[in-house]
Ligand binder design. Structure first.
Ligand SMILES: Nc1nc2c(c(=O)[nH]1)N[C@H]1C(S)=C(S)[C@@H](COP(=O)(O)OP(=O)(O)OC[C@H]3O[C@@H](n4cnc5c(=O)[nH]c(N)nc54)[C@H](O)[C@@H]3O)O[C@H]1N2
Ligand SMILES: Nc1nc2c(c(=O)[nH]1)N[C@H]1C(S)=C(S)[C@@H](COP(=O)(O)OP(=O)(O)OC[C@H]3O[C@@H](n4cnc5c(=O)[nH]c(N)nc54)[C@H](O)[C@@H]3O)O[C@H]1N2
Ligand code: SF4
Ligand SMILES: [Mo]
Length: 708
């Protein structure tokens, strides 16, 4: 395992296995895994021959051996002994543990009805079979539906309003741009491959890299121009940029007339959205806004790479839509290396009907909101949508007691005596600690799956490369075994292996079989230039880019089921791109705005268990402007408490002048136990559903700050 044990000749003989990174990251890197024999792995490398990965992976995945061979991995099914959350466990056989789960689910259903059971999952693995197979069990058993909103909703909703389709110019074209605008994504940290292509453009063509964020993060440090806006004000910046473009004759009118819905209306609306107006809102000097507008107005090949981060505000869908409009005003979409891009999910569809049991779905069954697990578990009627309380859960690939908003409610819910929770996990996470039954799960190299990359254009295979240790079993196994015990294993989609499911999905897309795809490793699904650049029209019925969104009528890919309605103060969503104060504005009691931006060495709650990642991140810190720190009597490294009506959390101050006054940032979702009092950063985030289709505004919090 230790690289030092190998000289270069031995290294050359190490077997290499091909896979895909399973983590919840837009890059979905194609991987080359050193197989050392005896089910051990060495370093993981990015596949050089994959045109998007281009040989690069992030450091935390390169050292995956630390996670796969971690001594703390769960190895045995555990059944709670003692009170909930106290930490007492008894080992059990798989048979006994699964029997117990099935028995509890049946009992819950008998007491209420099937909707009392809520299977809950997310993207801890992005593999379709292991991630989404739980849906098959749900639909077969008529358990409560899952409206998976936490990550993409605010962003996708905003994007869909403009372009009408979740796709855009080939991300590899960033390497052929003259200007790459990296907006609200900390790409160096969260999707390193964006940088590979952007930096290539700078090296080869002298392209400018612009970063728009709320602090001078690792990505901004690599940029030519950094724009530090106040959180939740990106739409104001976008409006002022477009104001300048119209004002100074940099709008492409031929393009606007042909491809957009109401350019004259937009121009008139923007007349008063001057750089000075935006300066007061964003905190940016008007001259910086003018310069940015001039740059994108005179550089036709500008590629706007729009991330998730700036959408995690209550007005985040408005911000995403506004930023995506700029490329339509300049007409950048027409050029190679130009246009706007958020996600390619719309081009990477695989038919998962059989896998997810789509045909078994009963439309009368209620849905519950993923992000609102706190209100759901404490039994708030508006969160339960008229159905019974949730009294039984199966949780796979997610750690809600740590990552979900309004953590105090989430924990209070999990501690209910009348709730039975089974958590299938790789580690004893904050959520597993609150469970009744914990089942040990395999890791990606130990099972077969197939992956799609939202930030690129590949479908990539991740075949099983090593045997799992004795103990952990796959998600697929758990779903199949529960189906047998719950009397639904005869239904379509059950009784198949992982490979058979992959064969069906690949076959329906004309991509061969598991075996043939294994040779090919991945498939490049990039549509032709005209289609990707919308030269034949945008995704709406009228083929136009929409400056005027239909906020509540749009069929977004993750719009809530009709039975859930539309959320938030949607009547305040603007007719044209605009700044709306739909954020948790700072007030006298809460003078600071808090964002919970990602940590480089963690991935959500994953990798918080590996020693190198932990050591590199140190401890939970709060980035605060030195002048704010001075005013509050805070010193570097000092204990600092932050709070709002939802709770309080203690961190350590890190004085940092790459941030605006009045803004504080806590990087990373540390395990709850890493904080004093055992309560994590999500104690402070809100579980209200933002307009119009929900999501988790985790970077949109007002707080007070004081020395602790
Ligand atoms: N290392 C690492 N990689 C990750 C993750 C991780 O936790 N750590 N998480 C993974 C997941 S699940 C996802 S969805 C992706 C998300 O990846 P990104 O798209 O990068 O989104 P975020 O990580 O939420 O935040 C990105 C940036 O947005 C900034 N931001 C917050 N509010 C605003 C705002 O109002 N305006 C602007 N302009 N910027 C703002 C944050 O400060 C942060 O620097 O990354 C994935 N990759
Ligand atoms: N404050 C704050 N909160 C946030 C965010 C933020 O930026 N700030 N980001 C939000 C976002 S964008 C997201 S996507 C969520 C993500 O939050 P989570 O959904 O919790 O995501 P992860 O930490 O990636 O993965 C969760 C768990 O999946 C497990 N896992 C991985 N593979 C498998 C498998 O094959 N089988 C099983 N059974 N388990 C597996 C891992 O061990 C890990 O504990 O967090 C959200 N919460
Ligand atoms: S950059 Fe993202 S997809 Fe690539 S290896 Fe790292 S976590 Fe995985
Ligand atoms: Mo996410």
């Amino acid at each position: 395992m230790n690289e030092a044990n190998f000289n270069s000749t031995t290294l050359a003989r190490i077997d290499i296995g091909h896979s895909a990174c399973p983590h919840d990251c837009p890059s979905t890197c194609a991987l080359e895994v050193e197989l050392l024999g005896g089910n051990r792995i060495g370093r993981i490398h990015g596949a050089k021959s994959n045109s998007y990965t281009a040989g690069v992976v992030c450091a935390k995945v390169a050292r995956y051996a630390d996670r796969l061979h971690h001594p703390d991995r769960l190895m045995k099914p555990l059944v709670r002994a003692g009170a909930k959350g106290e930490g007492g466990w008894k080992e059990a056989s798989w048979e006994a543990a699964l029997d117990l789960v099935a028995e509890k689910f049946v009992a819950a259903e008998e007491r209420y009805d099937s909707e009392t059971v809520w299977p809950y999952f997310y993207a801890g693995t992005m593999g379709l079979v292991q991630r989404d197979g739980i849906e098959r069990l749900r639909h077969a058993k008529k358990y409560s539906g899952f409206f998976g909103s936490i990550c993409t909703n605010l962003a996708w909703t905003g994007w869909m309003m403009g372009a009408g389709k979740l796709a855009g110019p080939d991300p590899r074209e960033m390497g052929r741009s003259d200007c790459v605008v990296i907006w609200g994504t900390n790409a160096v940290v969260t999707q390193v491959n964006v940088m590979t292509h952007a930096v290539r453009a700078r090296k080869e063509r002298g392209a400018k890299i612009v970063v728009v964020d709320i602090y001078e993060n690792a990505t901004m440090k690599q940029a030519d121009i950094g724009l530090v806006v106040k959180p939740g004000t990106d739409a104001a910046l976008a409006c002022a940029v477009m104001h300048v473009l119209f004002r100074d004759g940099m709008a492409d009118w031929a393009y606007l007339e042909k491809y957009t819905d109401d350019p004259k209306g937009l121009e008139a609306h923007l007349k008063s959205r001057t750089p000075e107006w935006a300066s007061a809102i964003t905190g940016l000097p008007a001259a910086e806004i003018e310069a940015f507008a001039r740059l994108v107005g005179t550089t036709k090949k500008t590629y706007f790479r729009l991330g998730y981060g700036f959408s995690r505000q209550r007005n985040g869908s408005v911000a995403m839509h506004a930023a995506s409009c700029i490329a339509a005003v300049t007409g950048a979409w027409q050029y190679e290396g130009g246009g706007a891009f958020h996600s390619n999910s719309g081009i990477l569809k695989l038919n998962t009907d059989l896998l997810e049991g789509t045909r078994l779905r009963d439309p009368k069954i209620r849905y519950l909101d993923h992000s609102r697990i706190g209100p759901v578990l404490v039994g708030r009627p508006d969160a339960l949508h008229g159905g019974p309380p949730v009294t039984a859960m199966l949780i796979q690939n997610t750690n809600p007691a740590n990552v979900a908003p309004e953590q105090r409610l989430v924990k209070q819910g999990f501690l209910r005596d009348d709730l039975f929770t089974c958590v299938h996990e790789q580690f004893m996470t904050d959520t597993a600690k609150l469970a009744d039954v914990v089942l040990p799960a395999t890791m990606f190299l130990e099972h077969d799956d197939i992956y799609k990359g939202g930030g690129n254009q590949h479908i990539t295979l991740g075949p099983k490369l090593v045997e799992p240790p004795k103990g952990p079993r796959t998600n697929h196994f758990v779903i199949e075994e529960l189906a047998k015990r719950l009397g639904v294993s005869h239904l379509p989609g059950f009784g198949m292996t992982e490979r058979e499911h992959i064969d069906v999905m690949l076959g329906k897309k004309g991509l061969g079989t598991f075996d043939t795809f294994r040779e090919e490793k991945w498939s490049d699904q990039q549509p032709p230039f005209e289609e990707a650049h919308y030269l034949n029209g945008f995704g709406h019925a009228d083929k136009k880019f929409h400056f005027k969104p239909n906020w509540t009528g749009q069929a977004a890919p993750n719009r809530p089921p009709r039975s859930m309605g539309v959320f938030g103060p949607y009547e305040r969503l603007p007719e044209f791109p605009d700044h709306v104060d739909l954020i948790e504005v700072a007030d006298e009691a809460h003078p600071f705005r808090l964002a919970t931006s990602p940590a480089r060495n963690f991935l959500n709650s994953s990798f918080t268990e590996t020693p190198v990642s932990k050591a590199k991140e140190g401890r939970p810190q709060l980035l605060i402007h030195p002048e704010d720190a001075l005013a509050l009597g805070l010193e570097e490294g000092g204990r600092v408490e932050i709070g709002n009506t939802r709770g309080e959390v203690v961190l350590h101050a890190k004085l940092f002048d790459g941030i605006r006054r009045g803004v504080v940032i806590a990087e990373g979702i540390w395990p709850n136990s890493a904080h004093e009092r055992g309560e994590g950063i999500n104690v402070l985030t809100g579980s209200d559903a933002p307009a119009p289709y929900g999501g988790a505004p985790v970077h949109d919090n007002h707080v007070w700050v004081r020395a602790a």
